[in-house]
Design a protein around this ligand. Structure first.
Ligand SMILES: Nc1nc2c(ncn2[C@@H]2O[C@H](COP(=O)(O)OP(=O)(O)OP(=O)(O)O)[C@@H](O)[C@H]2O)c(=O)[nH]1
Length: 247
């Protein structure tokens, strides 16, 4: 420090600080000589503090980017498993839950039931009132089915005018038949489509499985067959025959 007066040291310290604040190269040769000779630790400390701030800002920006990517991923994941029109789970999601339910049922000694539901004469609604009215009707059916089921039952739109429901813990057919009748009544309540009151009906096919019987896709296919039986006979709902294991 012998070469510099107190006054010189103070002025250089101010210039050095200003240079660091504005991220400039170290000032004059005298200043840099001063710095490297007398203040290497201070200079390194300032540099590290600046670097830390920069890294902290970079980290925050990365955190924001990750959060936004996670949100995007959640949206993509949701839309891959849900039907855009009704917001209900879609066929793929339903099939996965059904297979899962089948695997779990033996552990829980549960009995599963699948309802396969199809709107009767839906094509006529599209033809008479237009596709948008048909869409509105599908949304009404979705809402009514969802409301009529228990919280743990899964209602999905399989596609077109077909819906399905997966029910756990339904030990007897009497309860299932009661639920089917309740659904038929709730769906048949007239709904307003662009000012026109329309009454819709659905046909329901019901397939159930006991421990060790059936596989997910078989159960759905059996419920589908039973639905056609109900549609043909105009009975509203029908039960599938329980097949022997492996049939
Ligand atoms: N509005 C609308 N129509 C759809 C959609 N997806 C499929 N459709 C129509 O739904 C109709 C389904 O027809 P079907 O189930 O074969 O005929 P249906 O009149 O219901 O006949 P039944 O089931 O035998 O009573 C077809 O006309 C499809 O074009 C959709 O997302 N929106």
């Amino acid at each position: 420090m012998g070469h510099f007066t107190l006054n010189q040291r103070a002025r250089m310290a101010i210039r050095i600080n200003l240079a660091l604040i504005h991220d400039e190269k170290p000032v004059t040769k005298t200043c840099s000589d001063f710095l490297f000779a007398h203040c290497p630790t201070m200079l390194e400390g300032q540099r590290l503090a600046g670097e830390t701030d920069r890294l902290r800002a970079e980290l925050e920006s990365l955190k924001r980017e990750i959060a936004s990517l996670r949100e995007e991923e959640a949206v993509i994941r949701h839309s891959a498993r849900h039907d855009e029109l009704t917001g209900l789970p879609n066929r793929a999601h339903f099939a996965a839950c059904l297979e899962d339910g089948i695997k779990q049922q033996s552990l829980k000694d549960d009995r599963l039931a699948v309802f396969f539901m199809d709107v009767d004469h839906f094509k006529e609604v599209n033809d008479r009132y237009g596709h948008a009215a048909g869409d509105a009707l599908l949304r009404v059916v979705a809402t009514r089915l969802h409301r009529a089921m228990r919280k743990d039952d899964m209602v999905c739109r399989l596609g077109g005018d077909e819906f399905a429901c997966l029910l756990h813990g339904m030990p007897d057919n009497t309860q299932l038949a009661r639920l089917a009748r309740k659904l038929l009544v709730s769906i048949a309540t007239p709904c307003n489509l662009n000012g026109v009151m329309v009454e819709v009906h659905i046909s329901i096919g019901i397939a159930t499985t006991h421990q060790g019987h059936g596989e997910g896709h078989n159960l759905l296919a059996m419920a589908d067959e039973a639905m056609y039986k109900a549609k043909r006979s105009n009975s509203g709902y029908a039960f599938a025959e329980l097949r022997a294991p492996g049939a």
